[in-house]
Design a protein around this ligand. Structure first.
Ligand SMILES: [Zn+2]
Length: 194
């Protein structure tokens, strides 16, 4: 199997997992992997996650030129800007995890003193403001927040999260850890209220 075929298979698989783990809805969210310096593979626009097959993954240049067929996720600009900013990033996951969103909406943050957070995501989890989904402004704000090489996750206010990694499972693990940490933080606050 070529590297491209393997990456297409992994993207479809990890995409399904983001849905099964409750990190996003049937259509929401998008993920990608870097194929080479100037090319990425990204999930298609508007297709139910459980139906996405390796052949549906879209190959495109970071300048927006689609290679072959398919319509890329409307958030392709965000993925492209991150790859242009960070050459160490090989995979990107964008999802809308409910507990993270609830936590930040209520004015709290991910507790970075949790061992899994500090070990796998780090102490620096920046938050960017509210921008129109799919916009170049959102793409640039997220890429700017990810410029420091010790940042692996960004909170998009009122929208979701972006996690990056040297492979898809590293990025998926980070997204799961953020959602789990947010869940723990919410439970902790509820218990403390007694
Ligand atoms: Zn989104």
């Amino acid at each position: 199997m070529t590297r491209e075929a393997e990456l297409r298979r992994l993207i479809a698989e990890v995409f399904r997992w983001t849905y099964l783990k409750g990190l996003t809805t049937t259509i929401g969210g998008n993920i990608s992997a870097r194929l080479d310096e100037e090319t990425m593979l990204i999930t298609p626009s508007g297709m139910p996650k459980h139906m996405v097959k390796p052949a549906n993954i879209v190959k495109m240049k970071l300048d927006g030129t689609v290679q072959g067929s398919g319509k890329p996720s409307t958030e392709w600009r965000m993925h492209a800007e991150i790859y242009k900013t960070r050459d160490d990033v090989k995979a990107i996951i964008h999802v809308h995890p409910p507990h993270v969103l609830a936590l930040y909406s209520a004015g709290y943050k991910i507790p970075t003193d949790l061992v899994e957070v500090s070990a796998y995501v780090g102490q620096n989890i920046p938050e960017v403001g509210t921008y129109a989904p799919g916009s170049q402004e959102l793409a640039e704000a997220v890429a700017r927040a990810l410029r420091p090489r010790n940042v692996y996750a960004v909170i998009l206010r009122g929208h979701g999260i972006v996690t990056v990694g040297s492979n898809l499972f590293e990025a998926l693990n980070r997204a799961e850890i953020l959602e789990q940490a947010a869940y723990i933080a919410i439970l902790q606050k509820l218990l403390e209220e007694k």
